[in-house]
Design a protein around this ligand. Structure first.
Ligand SMILES: [Zn+2]
Ligand SMILES: [Zn+2]
Length: 351
């Protein structure tokens, strides 16, 4: 089988040949049919997150060894089940989306059903080898979700983009004031598409890109703002009659969090940071108590989130995001196009 791999941090991916693995224990072997290219793949490829002040969070220090195969938004056809895999959950020959946010399966966090918060994760495509290849091993059939009726190129994107958007929206579902989505590219755009299923308040967007603002308005955003405009935060406060109740920041930079804080209601507002662009935040500490602020993060989502998103999509309740299929051989070009901001929606690699 082929794997398109990181062989040196930041260097072009290389296609390498490996023996096709046989599933052991409860494992399942899938033939990959689609693998989405996520923005976080750019960080993984580079080998670190930028922590600001010259500091970096290196994947190598978290135990990720090269060569490494990215790809955490994977759809695939079941080829073979390991000898101990339950036979009643999946059918060989049928296609499934892989839930990649898999924990150790032994800790208290995993037992509580929040495997995506497990301190010893086995995340597919970010910790263990992922879907930029012909085949993929998944530890157990329970991580496979059927998506009959949906295009595989769209269905695979629900594994990260979809669950990340869904889980972040769940954190603000009790809002009684408007919501602002900051950054409406892949994940932010998915959140906008799903927002009506989880929040009842008006939803506005902010993005520096005029084409993304225009698309968001077509997709149902009530208002769209350009954060590069110096009057934008005031305009958001006026539009929302005193400030939005929450902002979900899909960019995750100091200036976007600062903008989010400026857009919020004076007291009791929430900022949820999802984006991983990096650098460090300077925040006057008294703002936390004086403004009764909630500043929280949200990272991917759980198996229940993936099932919910796929159910809603199959029922036609989530408008599809644009997807661009490309052959696996074009993985390097796909990463370059994503880094250069030339991608609308999601690129999906087809082995
Ligand atoms: Zn992702
Ligand atoms: Zn665990």
């Amino acid at each position: 089988m082929r794997r398109c791999q990181i062989v040196a941090w930041g260097a072009p991916l290389e296609m390498r040949e490996y023996p096709t693995p046989r599933p052991q224990g409860t494992e399942v072997l899938l033939r990959v049919t689609a693998a989405g290219v996520c923005h976080s793949d750019l960080h993984i490829h580079r080998g670190h997150f930028d922590l600001g002040g010259g500091r970096r969070l290196r994947f190598e220090e978290r135990g990720i060894r090269l060569p490494f195969t990215m790809g955490h938004e994977v759809a695939g056809e079941v080829v073979e089940l390991g000898p101990e895999a339950p036979r009643d959950r999946v059918v060989p020959g049928r296609e499934y989306v892989v839930h990649p946010w898999i924990g150790c399966g032994r800790c208290r966090t995993c037992a509580q059903g929040v495997e995506h918060h497990c301190p010893q994760p086995r995340f597919i495509g970010t910790v263990v080898d992922g879907g930029y290849g012909d085949f993929l091993i998944v530890p157990h059939p329970r991580y496979l979700v059927p998506f009959d009726g949906l295009p595989r190129e769209l269905a695979c994107t629900f594994a990260c983009s979809g669950v990340t958007a869904w889980n972040a929206l769940r954190k603000v579902r009790d809002l009684d004031r408007p919501l602002l989505l900051l950054g409406v590219g892949g994940v932010g755009g998915a959140a906008l598409a799903m927002s009506r299923l989880l929040v009842e308040v008006p939803v506005a967007v902010a993005d520096v890109a005029a084409d993304k603002r225009a698309r968001a308005l077509e997709a149902g955003a009530v208002a769209a703002f350009d954060p590069a405009d110096p009057g934008a935060a005031r305009a958001v406060r006026e539009w929302s009659e005193g400030g939005v109740g929450a902002v979900i920041d899909f960019v995750g930079r100091p200036e976007t969090v600062a903008f989010a804080l400026d857009c919020l209601v004076p007291k009791g507002g929430t900022v949820v940071v999802v984006g991983l662009h990096g650098d460090r935040l300077e925040l006057p500490v008294p703002f936390l108590p004086l403004r009764a602020l909630t500043l929280r993060g949200s990272y991917v989502g759980g198996l229940d989130d993936l099932r919910a998103v796929i159910d809603h999509a199959r029922a036609g309740r989530i408008p599809p995001i644009p997807v661009t299929p490309r052959p696996l051989e074009e993985a390097n070009a796909a990463l370059a196009d994503l880094a250069a901001g030339r991608v609308a929606g999601r690129q999906v690699l087809i082995p």
